[in-house]
Design a protein around this ligand. Structure first.
Ligand code: AMP
Ligand code: TRP
Length: 327
């Protein structure tokens, strides 16, 4: 039996190289060895305000990008979270087994609360319970995500453990899988903050669908420092972030990269990096254009994905309801 991988991505904002390097690239690489399920988490997206038409089109855009990046619908299952009501149903049940205190510790929520104060929705507070439901519905073994999601996967384990301790072995405990390098790609304009889809600044993130000249301009404007030496040094976040991106797109070793830029300046590094990103994203971008030329294709992949996974979720729900004594 192959191990099951489950991960999710929100259909909001523009998918960027942080999403790609930390998550999507790894999903693509493991799909032949692992039983892979990838979910477009539209119900998570509405924990913050979304425009109806934008959300709808972003769901197709993300689907197109996943396939363009190499997710093969013959090997992996791709589906939309809201197409399977078992997610919200299990989330509700898990809510009733999750102490408020556990939720209150979630750093992502605490950060958002600081920004939005009382405007923050109850859904945003409860976001991790829905994420736990996503994962636990499918007997997931491995959850490949970026560093920012590790705490949520750990909470999922705690919730599963608590449920199991009350009702006996029910849920498998999932393991987070965080890449050793690139688990947290930083903003180009401010290398002390995570590259984020919701950040407005035009020089902040490199999006997978950015035109070549936009990519070049963003890299050339990236914030660095006033030193000269090009070295992997975490205490110099700007140059370190650029070098990590370089490392991940080229697959070269750190000593090789440092040797390559010995006695060269930041401008050289940036120019070379910009071309590497442009060349790396070009095939993905043209594949995206091909895939989206036929609007019915993406919908057929998503419909097929939902029907493939629905029986798995139903099986879990039957067991859970039976154990809890519902119905
Ligand atoms: P999201 O955009 O929040 O739906 O995230 C999709 C995936 O990308 C998750 O696995 C995140 O952990 C990952 N991710 C998002 N932003 C970054 C970033 N700046 N660096 C690394 N991984 C990220
Ligand atoms: N919260 C994740 C993010 O923002 C997305 C997500 C939702 C997810 N459900 C999941 C990731 C289940 C992994 C497993 O990135």
């Amino acid at each position: 039996m192959k191990k099951r991988v489950f991960s999710g991505i929100q259909p909001t904002g523009d998918i960027h190289i942080g999403n790609y390097l930390a998550a999507i690239k790894h999903w693509v690489a493991s799909q032949t060895e692992l039983d892979s399920v990838f979910c477009i988490v539209d119900l998570h997206a509405i924990t913050v305000p979304q425009e109806t038409n934008v959300l709808k089109s972003k769901i197709r855009e993300v689907t197109g990008l996943l396939l363009a990046a190499g997710i093969d619908p013959k090997l992996s299952t791709v589906f939309i979270q809201s197409h399977n009501s078992a997610h919200t149903e299990l989330a509700w049940i898990l809510n009733c087994f999750t102490p408020m205190g556990w939720m209150q510790r979630m750093t992502q929520f605490k950060d958002k609360l600081q920004e939005q104060k009382e405007q923050v929705s109850v859904g945003l507070f409860d976001y991790p319970a829905l994420m736990a439901a996503d994962i636990l519905l499918y007997n997931t073994d491995i959850v490949p995500v970026g560093e920012d999601q590790k705490q949520h996967v750990e909470l999922t384990r705690d919730i599963a453990q608590r449920f199991n301790s009350i009702y006996g072995e029910t849920f498998k405990l999932p393991e987070p899988l965080i890449p050793e390098t690139g688990a947290r790609i930083m903003g180009l304009d401010d290398p002390t903050t995570k590259m984020s889809k919701s950040e407005a600044g035009s020089g902040h993130a490199i999006n997978l669908l950015d035109p070549s000249d936009t990519i070049r301009a963003k890299v050339m404007q990236a914030t660095t420092d006033s030193l000269r030496e090009i070295r992997f040094d975490e205490n110099r976040p700007g140059i370190y972030n650029l070098l990590v991106i370089y490392e991940l797109f080229t697959g070269l070793s750190r000593p090789d990269i440092e040797a390559r830029f010995e006695r060269k300046g930041y401008v050289n590094l940036k120019q070379e990096l910009a071309e590497i990103i442009v060349d790396s994203l070009r095939p993905l971008q043209s594949r995206y254009q091909e895939l989206t030329a036929d609007p019915t294709y993406l919908d057929s992949v998503l419909t097929e994905g939902s029907s493939r996974i629905r029986p798995l979720a139903e099986k879990t729900m039957t067991v859970v309801k039976e154990k809890v004594g519902l119905g």
